[in-house]
Design a protein around this ligand. Structure first.
Ligand code: SAH
Length: 251
């Protein structure tokens, strides 16, 4: 991706609460289902953390030290400001790097958490590569674009074949986890309000000011058009896909 385009993406998303679909109640639900051992401090990696929606919530709710990873330093700066303002800075450290080249030692984390991000390297590559960073019995909590049923309209299939061909049924994703040394412990899919109220509607609210900031230039318009297309697609076809949240144990 060229730099100008990346700068636009950063500018459109940096002041948002989250950079992808999700929700506090759903992060809490995943945490409950993960049944973590709370008797001792936990070490957690939050991979593709963005400006830290889940990182901050986990830091508030757990006795944990969290390493928040993203390849965009601007997002990590936002996260650190939030952490400082909320008195959580001593529990969160940030790592600017790519999720497909993480510098962690083997068996260094109790928990790997990743919301709305693993598609950037692909689900199978992600879960197989990250496994060694988990301690034996450690937990992987990851959200991934997932078909909600076996049949879908050709227009929607065509869109996703282009955008993310790894999209698949939960049963297929669970099979991948099983083949790569995990046991599935729980699964649920994000309800529509995680996409609409929590992510797309606030994003829509920012379009006009964003376009103005960039003098309605062609690249800024193109980015907004793409986002609008993605939103319209979701509004039409929300019955067919969502993020699945997979809670798995390393075996
Ligand atoms: N977890 C956050 C952000 C999701 S958006 C939330 O739920 O709000 C996906 C995030 O992954 C973005 O912050 C993006 O900068 C980051 N990302 C994309 N490719 C990456 C890569 N190769 N390595 C690390 N982070 C990446």
């Amino acid at each position: 991706m060229e730099d100008a385009q990346l700068q636009l993406i950063i500018d459109l998303h940096r002041h948002a609460d989250r950079q992808g679909p999700g929700g506090e109640a759903e992060t809490q639900q995943a945490l409950t289902l993960a049944g973590l051992d709370r008797s001792r401090p936990l070490t957690i990696a939050d991979i593709g953390c963005g400006t830290g929606a889940s990182t901050i919530q986990l830091a508030k709710m757990l006795d944990a030290t969290i390493t928040a990873v993203d390849f965009l330093p601007v997002f990590l700066d936002e996260l650190q400001t939030k952490a400082k303002n909320q008195g959580l800075a001593d529990r969160i450290s940030v790592l600017n790097g790519s999720m497909d080249a993480l510098p962690f030692a083997d068996e260094s984390f109790d928990v790997i958490w990743s919301e709305g991000a693993i598609y950037n390297m692909g689900f199978e590559k992600g879960v197989s590569t990250w496994r060694r960073f988990l301690k034996p019995g450690g937990k992987l909590i990851v959200s991934e674009i997932t078909w909600l049923g076996a049949n879908r309209p050709p227009e929607l299939q065509a869109y996703w074949d282009n955008a993310y061909p790894e999209i698949d049924l939960a049963s297929a994703k669970i099979g991948i986890l099983e083949r790569h040394g995990y046991r599935l412990e729980a699964y649920f899919s994000l309800p529509p309000h995680c996409w609409l109220q929590n992510y797309y509607y606030p994003l829509q609210q920012r379009f006009e000011a964003f376009l103005q900031r960039h003098g309605h230039d062609a690249q800024a318009k193109e980015l907004v058009d793409n986002e609008r297309e993605e939103i319209a697609l979701y509004e039409t076809y929300s019955d067919y896909y969502s993020y699945g949240v997979y809670i798995a144990r390393k075996i």
